[in-house]
Design a protein around this ligand. Structure first.
Ligand SMILES: [Zn+2]
Length: 183
């Protein structure tokens, strides 16, 4: 497993979170996979000990009387997830249908981000860029240092980021930028 950097002494993130009093000392006990990032804490509102894990493409959170109990609860969810022969759909049981590409398993309730293409209204792109989108385009086209870091850190998302840049550039060329930030 990978321990989130704010739990690792000597990192700037650890210094900051210690300063804010949010750094609970804890050693994870379960056999999380090597590419899974984990973090934990005591919660603020409500003050419930929690343990969070980020296995590839998903997110698991456990809560309990102690962080150890929260980790065991999260790990039980993880084991249930990997044991399931998932049937993915966009509908979240007991909730609504997600259109952002997220998927929920009809059998175990497991979650994956970006399992499906995003559903958008026809012609969604035929409008000027918002302030946020214009900023995003500028960042993609001009901040090559950040681009290199993102490519190194999230190689699987490289193509998606490049496509986002192309769509924003085309929209800007055809429709320009909105006058206000209403969108
Ligand atoms: Zn499942």
């Amino acid at each position: 497993m990978r321990i989130a950097s704010h739990h690792v002494p000597g990192t700037p993130e650890h210094d900051l979170s210690s300063m804010l009093g949010g750094n609970a000392k804890y050693e994870p006990e379960c056999a999380w996979p090597s590419d899974c990032t984990v973090q934990w804490g005591h919660g603020i509102i409500p003050a419930v000990p929690f343990f969070e894990a980020f296995p590839a493409g998903t997110f698991i959170r456990g809560e309990g009387e102690t962080i150890a109990e929260a980790e065991r609860q999260a790990f039980a969810q993880y084991l249930q997830d990997i044991a399931c022969n998932h049937v993915w759909g966009r509908f979240r049981p007991g909730s609504v249908t997600y259109t952002n590409g997220a998927a929920f398993c009809r059998k175990c309730g497991g979650f994956r981000s970006r399992m499906f293409p995003e559903i958008r209204d026809l012609g969604w792109w035929r409008k000027p860029l918002s302030d946020m989108e214009a900023w995003h385009l500028k960042s993609i086209e001009e901040n090559h240092e950040l681009g290199a870091i993102m490519d190194r850190k999230y190689p699987a998302d490289r193509e998606r980021r490049a496509r986002t840049g192309r769509v924003l550039r085309l929209r800007f060329n055809v429709f320009g930028k909105a006058d206000d930030d209403s969108d």
